[in-house]
Design a protein around this ligand. Structure first.
Ligand SMILES: [Zn+2]
Ligand SMILES: [Zn+2]
Length: 331
């Protein structure tokens, strides 16, 4: 099969022909229709996440068609359209799994990191961690729901019940979570890189009532903020915008160092927390909710062979909404 392979961090992906994977017990093999390109893929490719399998096929927002089933894999019929997220396997036995926190599993394996992912014509996945894809979404529209959507949803829940929600970094996750937050009657304030008027306009078209640069003061205090951009300096910036009792959620898997800040901006029972990975429950809840709103995703589609270009444009902040690779030639 054709695949884009990461041989080592810091190197471009290599277009290769590799053996088509065989589904093991409990696994399905998917013909990949499309795979989203996530900022986490950049952190893996750049070596900021330090434990990838190598060589590695990136990609953890996979939409594919079940094409073969391993021993004892009966959950999905051949031909079913399913999604594969970042959480690819958990042990079910550790203290976190037993507490319902499988996102924190001590032995978790992640798609496109410790397991080969979706930048390829085929992939295999544990059927217990796959999700049915809602029928109302086209393949490329569905892909960003599987990480940007799920992580955004988990981050929104972690933010509490804010009336006024700040969002820092207006990429794939933000454009989805804004729609969910607006649906729930929350007021959204979007912060982007200074001068990124395209992203600021995009945020307002999705229902943000205000948008500005990340060091601007919003017109009124916020009740919570979610940081999607991997920039540690945004933590004190967000804390300064959040009122007493408010939460700042760091939703990325990697962030540059957070600069020192005065205690007074944390005082007043403000909270700083992270959100890590996802649980299957998050996925089930979000994929049931998304078509009801309905969440619409804005995508820029690339062929598989242009994965490096997609990653470069994501790094440069040049993508409105989400980048996806299409394997089927369909957009
Ligand atoms: Zn576990
Ligand atoms: Zn992701």
């Amino acid at each position: 099969m054709r695949a884009m392979v990461l041989d080592a961090p810091g190197r471009p992906l290599r277009a290769a022909t590799v053996p088509t994977p065989q589904p093991g017990p409990g696994q399905v093999r998917l013909q990949v229709l499309t795979c989203g390109v996530c900022r986490t893929d950049l952190h893996v490719a750049d070596g900021e996440l330090t434990e990838p399998k190598l060589p590695l096929v990136l990609g953890h927002e996979i939409v594919g068609t079940v094409e073969a089933r391993g021993l004892d894999a009966h959950r999905y019929a051949v031909g079913a359209r399913v999604g594969v997220p970042w959480l690819g396997w958990t042990c079910g036995e550790c203290v976190f799994c037993r507490r319902g926190l499988e996102n924190l599993c001590e032995r978790a394996r992640f798609t496109g990191y410790q397991l080969d992912g979706g930048y390829a014509e085929y992939t295999v996945a544990d059927e217990r961690f796959c999700f049915p894809i809602p029928d109302s979404y086209r393949d490329v529209e569905a892909a960003p729901l599987l990480c940007a959507g799920l992580i955004g949803y988990r981050a929104l829940r972690a933010a509490g019940n804010p009336e006024r929600l700040g969002i820092y970094g207006f990429g794939a996750a933000a454009h989805i979570v804004t729609q969910v937050a607006r649906h729930e009657g929350r007021r959204v304030f979007a912060f982007t890189r200074a001068g990124d008027t395209a992203a600021q306009t995009f945020a307002r078209t999705l229902g943000a009532e205000w948008s500005g640069a990340s060091d601007d003061a919003p017109p009124e205090p916020l009740d919570a903020a979610i940081i999607f951009a991997p920039v540690g300096a945004l933590v004190p910036a967000a804390l300064r915008t959040v009122t007493k009792g408010g939460t700042v959620v760091c939703a990325g898997i990697h962030m540059s160092d957070i600069p020192a800040f005065p205690y007074e901006i944390l005082w007043g029972e403000r909270v700083v927390r992270s959100v890590a990975n996802l649980t299957r429950k998050d996925g089930e809840e979000f994929l049931a909710l998304a078509p009801q709103i309905p969440v619409r995703t804005e995508v820029t589609v690339y062929p598989l062979e242009q994965a490096n270009e997609a990653l470069a444009q994501l790094r440069a902040g040049q993508i409105t909404g989400a980048a996806v690779l299409s394997l089927s030639g369909r957009t």
